[in-house]
Design a binder for this molecule. Structure first.
Ligand code: ADP
Ligand code: MG
Length: 390
């Protein structure tokens, strides 16, 4: 690489000769050049910031620059010269010196050397200065090269660490999911057994038995457990959706019919504006019903009795949209930020899995689920899905 660069700028053995002959003249100038260099560095905010190490660091850097200047006139420009010079760029990257100052700094060195050497009345001065310019250009090229390598090292390191973060997070989630799924599975069957047994006991109790309400309460609690276990299984073991053309309106109507029987909805009106034309989406109707059901139950939980929940559908050529708008208690920005996290709930009887299940299903459909909410005013959930094919 060095030979190639030398050829490029026409750097020949006579340049080496010239530089070596300048050595005794440069040596007394070195201190003045270094002073000017650091005066300039400290005058500017962007370069001043690089010196976080205080006086000690500056003293060390001054010594390095002196050495660097001295070696410039040693007359030997071989591979070991290249390696030594290479380290300067690496150091610049490490202290985060903005690269433009490397250029500007080199120009400063050039100006200072030229100015001082011109005063000395040396024979063939123009030719000697040409050699100085050539070696400075070579050094600049070397530094640029080392910047490039240090930067790509730095970028590779950054990318690797963020990739590792993502991987461990994904692995951890997958593990938790599996654990949850097997646990849920283990709980399901005994729960069904307990529920059956309690029902039998209940049926054998006389109407006046004072323990009857207790049996009823046990059954209600078992139902809650059962719902949690079902949610957990849905969340932890997502089924890949079977994507076919389905009618979004059909899904809404089925879910609304189902909700008429749902005690959790009591007193909440649902207003649904049936679209004039059929809206198709590419989706799995069972899973999409599940999404809408969860959204409706959340809306009902948040709404005071009698307050309407509005469901609407719209579509353009690429996307079909379903919105569920409630005028309930809404969410503060803090709650909104956490609403999609698994197990986050503000409800005494919540599982905190409703929205995460929705998000997962919607994502596997290539769609989006977007929440907007204002505390005390209400919530709007927009479900966006790829439009079905004609
Ligand atoms: P869960 O309903 O079991 O609490 P979700 O994942 O469905 O779990 O919802 C998480 C939380 O987000 C809820 O506990 C609630 O605080 C908030 N939330 C969701 N939907 C609404 C809504 N429509 N209005 C107000 N808050 C909501
Ligand atoms: Mg919910």
């Amino acid at each position: 690489m060095l030979d190639e660069m030398k050829r490029y700028v026409g750097f020949t053995p006579s340049d080496e000769e010239n530089l070596r002959s300048l050595q005794p003249h440069v040596r007394p100038l070195v201190s003045a050049v270094v002073d000017r260099f650091y005066d300039e560095l400290f005058r500017h905010q962007a370069t001043r910031e690089v010196f976080s190490g205080g006086h000690e660091q500056v003293a060390r850097l001054r010594a390095t620059l002196k050495e660097w200047l001295g070696e410039l006139f040693d007359g030997v420009y071989d591979e070991s010269y290249l390696r030594k010079r290479f380290r300067i760029g690496v150091m610049h990257v490490r202290v985060q010196l903005p690269q433009r100052f490397m250029f500007l700094g080199m120009e400063l060195v050039r100006q200072e050397l030229t100015q001082h050497l011109r005063k000395k009345d040396l024979p063939r001065i123009e030719e000697l200065l040409e050699s100085v310019h050539r070696i400075l250009t070579l050094d600049l090229a070397i530094m640029l090269e080392s910047y490039k390598e240090s930067y790509s090292d730095q970028i590779r390191r950054l990318e690797r660490s963020s990739m590792e973060d993502r991987l461990t997070r994904a692995e951890r989630l997958a593990e938790i999911g599996q654990l949850a799924a097997s646990l849920a599975h283990e709980i399901k069957n005994p729960l069904a057994g307990i529920s059956g047994a309690i029902q039998v006991i209940g049926e054998h109790m006389s109407a006046g038995n004072p323990h009857r309400p207790i049996v009823g309460e046990i059954l209600r609690q078992i139902n809650r457990l059962d719902a949690t276990v079902k949610d957990l299984l849905l969340y932890a073991r997502p089924r890949p959706p079977k994507l076919v053309n389905v009618s979004l309106g059909g899904i809404v109507e089925r879910v609304l019919t189902l909700l008429k029987e749902e005690p959790a909805m009591n007193g909440r009106r649902v207003e649904y504006a049936r679209p004039k034309t059929e809206v198709q989406v590419l989706g799995d109707d069972g899973q999409l019903e599940q999404v809408l059901l969860n959204l409706m139950l959340n809306a009902a939980d948040a709404s005071p009795p009698g307050r309407a929940i509005h469901v609407a559908i719209e579509a353009d050529t690429r996307w079909s949209r379903l919105t569920v708008v409630d005028q309930g208690k809404g969410m503060s920005p803090e709650i909104l930020a956490k609403a999609n996290e698994p197990f986050f709930t503000t409800k005494a009887k919540g599982t905190g899995l409703g929205l995460p299940i929705c998000q997962r299903i919607v994502q596997s459909h290539g769609g989006m689920l977007h929440l907007e909410s204002a505390a005390g005013r209400g919530t709007k959930v927009t479900l966006e899905l790829p439009a079905g094919e004609e």
